[in-house]
Design a protein around this ligand. Structure first.
Ligand code: NDP
Length: 287
């Protein structure tokens, strides 16, 4: 990468930001497309997020991504919020308009859908209820995504029922029924399900394992894990042994970066096997 007087700028704001894989992801696409652009890690303390976002157009940035702890606070800073980001309650992508205004978007739902469609193209949203394990930020984006794809029933299973109830209330929509379940009910919830998604941090390196009995899940139901370290989680290994189609979390991470890149640098990008291999090498070296 060469920096010139015309280099287009984007980046990611977080605190801390050193863990983020986004600079590697966007750096890959910049190199692949030979774009005069740079994507920078921007360590921004929580108390400085409004000033930092407002400085972006002044400094000539095209926009940025947001990670922990800025995704919710940015809602009250930006000039416009895309309806999907408002429903999810979090912004992960900022696009600077030609007038210097800040638009907040959420691309996690897009990333989830693209990854699912690419890996299991035969998946049918009308094929049965979706079971989502978890009610945090990832689960909110996934529930919004599934409601928009036409899934008629979504069953949320979560440790803290109040979090699941808040999600169900915030993301209620006319053509979808969202129900809330404790972990004691997870086997019943899996009956007749057309999709199972782990959106908890269980199974991630350093977290407790996800112990799940899949015997009540129909054998052809796809199983998705949003955890991507490790790539092959215990859940995915068990599902694969039982013959379920499986979807790992890396694709969601990569696809969610596409809309921002395309808006900032003006070039459509894809998730290729070469990109997956480059990201896997990064994940292995920073574990
Ligand atoms: P949050 O902290 O917002 O939510 C965590 C969820 O996990 C909550 O539902 C929480 O339940 C549940 N949970 C955590 N620990 C336990 C436990 N010991 N037992 C039972 N439930 C537990 O995190 P996120 O939603 O942001 O992230 C969740 C996972 O998804 C992470 O591993 C993250 O890396 C991954 N992720 C992947 C993305 C991708 O692109 N592939 C994108 C975003 C996230 P409770 O409500 O009871 O606390």
């Amino acid at each position: 990468m060469k920096i010139s007087g015309t280099t287009r700028l984007a980046g990611i704001m977080g605190w801390p930001v050193t863990h983020s894989r986004s600079p590697v992801l966007h750096g890959f696409w910049l190199d692949e497309n030979v774009i005069d652009g740079a994507y920078l890690p921007l360590p921004v303390r929580p108390e400085h997020i409004a000033q930092a976002l407002r400085a972006l157009p002044i400094l000539g940035f095209r926009g940025c991504n947001l990670t922990i702890p800025h995704k919710q606070t940015a809602l009250s800073v930006v000039d416009r919020i895309e309806p999907l980001a408002r429903r999810i309650g979090a912004v992960n992508t900022i696009i600077i308009g030609s007038d210097g205004s800040l638009e907040g978007r959420n691309t996690d739902a897009f990333g989830f859908c693209e990854n699912l469609r690419e890996t299991v193209p035969e998946w049918d949203p009308a094929g049965g209820p979706a079971v989502i394990l978890g009610a945090g930020g990832a689960a909110r984006a996934i529930v919004a995504a599934l409601a928009d794809t036409g899934v008629a029933e979504i069953r949320i299973v979560n440790r803290t029922l109040a979090h699941a109830a808040a999600l169900a209330s915030d993301l209620s929509a006319p053509r979808v029924t969202i129900t809330v379940h404790s972990w004691d009910e997870v086997s019943t919830a899996q009956r007749q399900a057309g999709l199972l998604v782990n959106a908890t941090s269980l199974g991630m390196v350093g977290e407790p394992p996800l112990m799940l009995d899949l015997s009540s899940l129909p054998p052809s139901t796809p199983v998705v894990d949003v955890v991507y370290v490790p790539l092959e989680t215990g859940l995915l290994a068990a599902a694969r042994r039982l013959g379920h189609p499986v979807v790992d979390g890396l694709g969601m991470l990569l696809h969610q970066g596409r809309p921002g890149f395309e808006a900032w640098f003006g070039v459509p990008v894809q998730v290729t096997q070469k990109l997956r291999a480059a990201m896997l090498a990064t994940l292995a070296s920073t574990r």
